[in-house]
Design a protein around this ligand. Structure first.
Ligand code: PRP
Length: 181
């Protein structure tokens, strides 16, 4: 077995499990949108760039891909709830069927901001998709497609980072507590 990076405690979700789940989500979206014409996937940078690419390549419904970038205010691990738009879409989404694609929903602040902002642009429909979701009781935004629930530890890989490292690991791993605390 390949040696794990010294920052990593253990693998939580393997590459095969991720790829199988992405294929299942793509099949679900294919079924839901088979009569909808062209749809738009909006990947949220940076974290969702890998999931968006894999999901897009597994979809058979016609679709275009666009990106937005959102940042939380401040660098603290404790979210204040305030987010700002760093990069906007290339094209309007009015009257389009739109799916927002996130890597992870944690507090839900980012998805909530995206949902309000994109609904204001009058799409024909808006759904949300996230590969990972932290186990929390309440979120004020609907999540239509969810890949996996994760425990409340710092996870990296498949787009998720710690200080911009470990994003390209093909699996999801828990960091050692001493690395981030
Ligand atoms: C991460 C992730 C989501 C957001 C989720 O982005 O990609 O966009 O946090 O957290 P929330 O549900 O508490 O709002 P991050 O700000 O780390 O930026 P990055 O994707 O560029 O790494």
């Amino acid at each position: 077995m390949t040696e794990l990076h010294p920052d990593i405690d253990r693998i939580l979700i393997t590459e095969e499990e991720i790829q199988n789940r992405v294929a299942e989500i793509a099949a679900e979206i294919d079924r839901d949108y088979r009569n909808s014409g062209q749809i738009v996937l909006i990947g949220i940078l940076k974290g969702a760039f890998i999931f968006t690419a894999d999901l897009s390549r597994k979809l058979t419904v016609p679709h275009s891909v666009d990106f937005m970038s959102i940042s939380s205010y401040g660098d603290s691990a404790i979210s204040t709830g305030a987010v700002r738009l760093i990069l906007d879409l290339r094209k309007p989404i009015v009257n389009q069927h739109v799916i927002v694609v996130e890597d992870i929903v944690d507090s839900g602040n980012t998805m909530s901001y995206l949902y309000q902002t994109l609904m204001g642009r009058k799409p024909a429909s808006l759904r949300t998709c996230t590969l990972f979701k932290k186990k929390r009781n309440s979120l004020d935004v609907p999540l239509d497609y969810i890949g996996f629930e994760l425990p409340d530890v710092w996870v990296v890989g498949y787009g998720l980072d710690y200080a911009d490292t470990h994003r390209t690991l093909p699996y999801i791993a828990a960091l050692k507590k001493e690395v981030y605390s």
